[in-house]
Design a binder for this molecule. Sequence first.
Ligand code: ATP
Length: 213
Amino acid sequence: MRSIGILGGTFDPVHHGHLRAAIECREKLKLDEVRLMPVNDPGHRNLTIANSTQRLVMLRMASEISDGLEIEDCDIHRDGVTYTIDSLEELRQKYKKASLCFILGTDSFNRLHIWKRWKELINYAHLIVVRRPGHPLDPEKDQIRELLNQQQTSDASKLKKQTSGCVYLTEVPMIDISATRLRKIFENKNDPTGLLPQTVIEYIKQHDLYKKE
Ligand code: ATP
């Protein structure tokens, strides 16, 4: 069965933490590919600083560093506030027989209840929950714990036998960096070298992104 990993996020900007997490998951779970899926307008968060086009351009540059990294642009091309569930539904329509593995950090999983129709996510994809430094697994709601209790598997082969429905917890080596910290680095005119691809650094500088107001 074809297996597609999807790492959703704002990617404002994309950084090596995202890229390594995607690559490590692809290799560890032996996924055919991992797609970085930028969200258009994340309703439950503040608006992004870089616009959709800029975030997409940075992602395209970043994805060139590895053959197994692709971009999934179905969410960013939808109008208005967009939700992961709609993108997963759309992808499921497109890839009826593939295993879809939606990758998210523990920080996002702990607060899954704020996502639209969050309980239905596993009808369309597996959830791959990756431990993120500084964010232990600690769901904020009992209902998320219940989802874990009911759907968690430690058998990675199930992710290839079923197209969706499992919650799989994993640990991959991670870089302790966030886009929030990077935006501060750019704001303060500090040196971001090593935290994101050089091509993306150049793009941010050329377009004066993340400057102090
Ligand atoms: P921000 O600081 O703006 O909240 P972020 O760096 O957390 O941004 P997002 O675009 O929100 O980046 O993250 C997209 C996904 O990537 C989320 O599931 C998040 O948990 C995960 N992620 C972000 N940073 C890392 C990292 N350093 N290592 C592993 N996963 C990460």
